[in-house]
Write a protein that binds this ligand. Structure first.
Ligand SMILES: [Zn+2]
Length: 74
């Protein structure tokens, strides 16, 4: 579980591990550097750095599969 503090209203809440994994998988698929959460209290968007999310994931954890926004061969 990861502690998130809303930068707008100061509300603290925890993200479940599966939500953190999903957020990392989605951000990586989108090549984003942060994940956007909506505060459960004020509903405003909170940006969380991908690097911060990754710190909560043990090495070797398999990320869930997400639909990629575009299939691109590199
Ligand atoms: Zn808030």
């Amino acid at each position: 579980m990861m502690q998130v503090v809303c930068q707008w209203c100061g509300h603290r809440y925890t993200m479940k591990r599966e939500n953190v994994l999903q957020a990392v998988a989605e951000a990586q698929a989108a090549k984003a550097i942060h994940h956007v959460e909506n505060c459960p209290k004020c509903r405003r968007a909170i940006k969380i750095q991908l690097a911060d999310l990754k710190r909560w994931i043990p090495p070797g954890t398999k990320l869930p599969d997400v639909a990629k926004p575009e299939a691109k061969e590199e």
